[in-house]
Design a protein around this ligand. Structure first.
Ligand code: PEP
Ligand code: MG
Length: 292
């Protein structure tokens, strides 16, 4: 099967009406670029920045982040690279950020919530993303969004960063700002969110755990963590419809994005970008071609 699929490496899959379906890669470090390119990734749909923050004994500097994001964008040009801002919570350790002890870290101080409370951590990342955008096609998405205020607060910080970079005569460019849809709240306000951002990316891993109220790491409730449950599929459809109606791109970057049994349904709903682990890319391209 592997050999037969390799003919799809450079293939550009389209759905029946001719719209290109972007099959992109989920990666978490520059070391994974090569595997993604060899698989035929049409850009990166999710660059998890957590590893950058967890690898060292200190927070990564703005310059180091700028170089990393710029290298990523250069490698995949002209395709876009979607960088997710830091999505970390009390279940992971980062030197330089003190997390409180929480009974329910998955319902706690993580992702965009933590970042907005810690501009000393968030602003260097936003500045690095603005600077790297001058070197390539970068888009930025916010994890764990549950209210429009979080988007507004992020934009205010981006404006501050731009004013600083201008005053310092640093090169920068604006990036498209999107949100991950991975909380039930985000699904329910999707029509309003869609008017505020450039794109959606549905994070089915967290969306499933939060809709089903079933911890994604708890094997006892693993059976409930099922993306094909009608509640989750309805949430995906509501989100996609809201995005399509507002005219923004809707993608998906959870594990489900790479499932051949679900891809035809996602394409019919209106998703135009699917991001997955490199190993799933060629099979997904074939699937879009055969059934999209
Ligand atoms: C998700 O929640 O679906 C997702 C892609 O993000 P992560 O798995 O990193 O939480
Ligand atoms: Mg997630």
């Amino acid at each position: 099967e592997k050999h037969a699929l390799s003919v799809f490496k450079d293939f550009i899959p389209k759905r029946a009406d001719g719209t290109i379906i972007e099959i992109a890669a989920n990666i978490g470090s520059l070391e994974e670029i090569e595997a993604a390119q060899e698989a035929g990734a049409m850009g990166v749909g999710l660059f998890r920045t957590e590893l950058l923050f967890m690898r060292h004994m200190h927070l990564p500097s703005e310059d180091f982040q700028t170089e990393t994001y710029a290298a990523l964008a250069t490698a995949f040009a002209p395709y876009p690279v979607i960088v997710r801002t830091l999505d970390i919570g009390g279940d992971k350790a980062v030197s330089g950020i003190d997390f409180p002890d929480e009974d329910n870290p998955f319902l706690g101080w993580r992702g965009i919530r933590m970042c907005l409370d810690r501009p000393d951590v968030f602003k260097p990342q936003l500045r690095a993303l603005l600077r790297a955008s001058a070197k390539g096609n970068i888009k930025v998405m916010l994890p764990m969004v549950s209210s429009i205020d979080e988007v507004h607060a992020t934009r205010a910080l981006i404006d501050e960063c731009i004013a600083e970079l201008k005053a310092e005569s640093q090169e920068y460019a604006l990036f498209g700002l999107g949100v991950m849809i991975e909380t039930p709240a985000a699904v329910l306000i999707a029509p309003a969110l869609a008017r505020e951002v450039a794109f959606f990316s549905i994070g089915t891993n967290d969306l499933t755990q939060y809709i089903m109220a079933a911890d994604r790491l708890n094997p006892t409730v693993a059976k409930l963590n099922d993306v094909t449950h009608p509640a989750v599929m309805t949430a995906i459809e509501m989100t996609t419809t809201a995005g399509v109606q507002a005219g923004i791109m809707v993608g998906m970057c959870g594990e489900a994005a790479g499932r051949p049994d679900l891809i035809p349904t996602f394409i019919k709903m209106g998703l135009t970008e699917l991001s997955m682990s490199p190993a799933s890319i060629q099979r997904a391209k074939k699937c879009v071609q055969d059934f999209g």
